[in-house]
Unconditional design. Sequence first.
Lengths: 275, 336, 320
Amino acid sequence: MMLRRVLLSPAGMIGLVTLLLIVGMAISAPYLFPKGPWALVARPYLWPGSRPGIPFGTDALGRDILAGVFYGSRVSLLVGIVATVCALVVGITVGAIAGYFGRVADAVLMRITDAFQTIPGFLFAVVLVSILSPSISTIIFAIATVSWPPVARLTRAEVLRVRESEYVQSCKIIGMSAPRIILTQVLPNSLSPVIVAAAVLVATAIITEAGLSFLGLGDPNVMSWGTLINIGRPSIRSTWFICIIPGLFVVLTVLALNLLGDAINDALNPHLRKR
Amino acid sequence: MQEQEQGAALLDVRKLSVLIKQSSRQKVRAVDAVSFSVGVGETLALVGESGAGKSLTAMAIMRLHKAQSMGVEADSIRLDGQELSTLSDREIRKIRGSTMAMIFQDPLSSLNPVLTVERQLVEAIRLHNDMSAAAARQRALELLDMVRIPAAKSRLGEYSHRLSGGMRQRVMIAMALAGNPKLILADEPTTALDVTISAQILDLLRELQTELGVGMLFITHDLHAVRSIAHRVAVMYSGRIVETGNVEDVFSRPHHPYTEGLLAARPHGSFSLDGHKLREIPGTVPSPADRPAGCAFGPRCNRSQPDCESQPPSLRNETGARTSFACYHPLKEVPA
Amino acid sequence: MTKRLEITDLVAGHKTRRGVVQAVAGVNLEIAAGETLGLVGESGCGKSSLARAVIGLNTPTSGALSINGDPMDMRRRGNHARDIQMVFQDPYGSLNPRLTVQQLVEEPLTVHRTRSKAERKTFVKALLDRVGIPEAMHDRLPHQLSGGQRQRVGIARALSLEPKILICDEPVSALDVSVQAQVLNLLVELQREQNLSYLFISHDLEVVRYVSHWIAVMYLGRIVEIGPVEEIWSSPLHPYTRALMQTTGNDAMGEGPEVKLNSELPSPLSPPSGCRFRTRCPLAIEKCAQEVPDLQENGKGHQVACHRAKEWSATVSAAA
């Protein structure tokens, strides 16, 4: 039902198809490139299009950039999705409790959220990863840590609005317990903007991961889009394609996620549903 | 009281329609060819339930409707001898606020929250009168006195949100009077107010009307308000006028089944004492998009016959009847 | 005889940015089985605060409530959900927009785990049928219904736990006149069938007169007059009640002072001393500023809180 509505809008259609293609890349990587992303296939700095079979050229060590992009999509998507799920779980829980119960719970939880939000996100992630030593799990942890506060704020604002509605009051009157009211009444009616924001969060996480790798703080054992960009960085003035190609994939993914987020937003609004 | 003056039509509306664009192809007639007139010193009440099109009618006369999504058609809209339907937007703007002024339901959103009462009043006065600032200030004070605001001088410096609902509505009325209008369009001016305050505003409007001799088009869903302020009434249902006449006649001897049903639906007794059930009108008001082909009230009407479905009845006069009504099978007798 | 609902010395307030408003300032009311108490007053008089305190949405500052003589535990209001329920004013905001009609009415039953799943379904179906929602609409969402239909669903939801007391907070004021009659008829029919007690709150005197057995008039947190419906309608004694009656064009009320109000409600933050109505009352005397008038019995259960009511009570009642 909702999927159909997402597909009905052109933006949602384009976003979803693009995303599915990238997911397809992630799944098919080991079948298309059984030797893995690190294998040396040709001479270094081979320009794109100069040899059939290696359409995107090679990097500084002669590794196939196309294979790197395919394998990289696995890591980028994994980091983006897992970090976002973690951020959502923490953010929604904090926001819902603060918004619904108010008073002391609200004051304490929101001050903590503020404290996290005052530190610039990317810098904070850099610090966390360098302290914990770079690996996939520490990168996910760092990205989740910097991205839950906006989720908490958004959830809280929506919960505050829904909490005052008469249908929530009517649930109090019929004797429904507070956790049940939050789960069955408040959250379903306040999560639409959060879900929309989640699409953007995945995008931000992918960019953050690329940024961390670019600074050399990526997981050295896995190939991500960020790793590729990092490899191309020393020679960016001459063989710029090594950076640009994975960069374009990051942009494409982020764009697709934003389009999808907008489409979901429209689809979730019950008042826009056809009568 | 002012019988001879009431004869001349101040506002005369012929076949006014408001069309709402649903999509690029589909247009819905929210107001469907209504005709009425308001005499000098007379109050005509447009009464009806939500979706009847009464506010749209007023908006169309003032040309305040949303031009992107709505279209207005009219054979003629004459105000004080001048044809309004052919005027340009610029010319209408000049008339708006001077010859005709409007009072809205919600004065809080129609007053500017960051300007004092004085600033807004003086602005309105100088917009329509060639007056010095000092003279305009004097006039603002007069207007506030005129709408019976106690200690008017101390109220000049107030902001609208600091005033109570009743006071705000009085300020709105003062602003409407700033351009010395001949016609006032009042769109549900008492709906948002409490009963005792609403009674005060109705008293004020009635007194002002006799004092100034203006004509008034009073839009409401409140039958009490109609009874207390209007000389004539036009009952609207789903974008059309179904019955019109003097208030006394329409209320005491309605001929249209909808008018009669509306009057009977209001409680006037005690169920706990006599066990008398209220007369219901089954169903709900159709949206203009789903309006039936014939009489719009037909499906809800207990007097409807097959011929009601063919085409909508037009307003007509029948010998012996004191009101005009749009019905093929009107009520003849006074209902018991 | 014990009353179905008894409200004793109820005080309730809420904090605002400018101070604490005592919205309900010591109210005593009782409702008998199968009867309706109509509560009339203008906005800001505290009638909604009273309703919220009685239903448990706000905790009262002080006072007691009891149902059939059993005192209500103010802190564990969930226990009383099966005794007392509420119908809201706004049929648009009081139903969860994501639940179907069937789910909305079934929800209270699932919360209280009453009946088996199959029994619940048949019960809900019968209840919706009773309030006039045809089966074709049971799977619709609230926004697909008209205002009147939504209010019927709201009534069915309130009745699903089979409470004996229903608080109706302006249940018809958001509806069109022709639909109001349908909902009012439904409410009085249900009352007769199920011997329900209503606390019926409205600003509309004629609606209150139609549904009520008793009428209480509230002004700035206090009950100023209370009595059987025909008493209040035909011989209102309090100047405020008389002013309200005049706005309806009530021509049945007896010979008494004509009261026209010119001013507006004073701030509930600092209510006037003595009689709270005195600042708007054309009949106020010195005593009104000094002494708070208590509700005084005037025969037939008719009580009025006015120092001067005795002066005209004879002529008012004589005409009735």
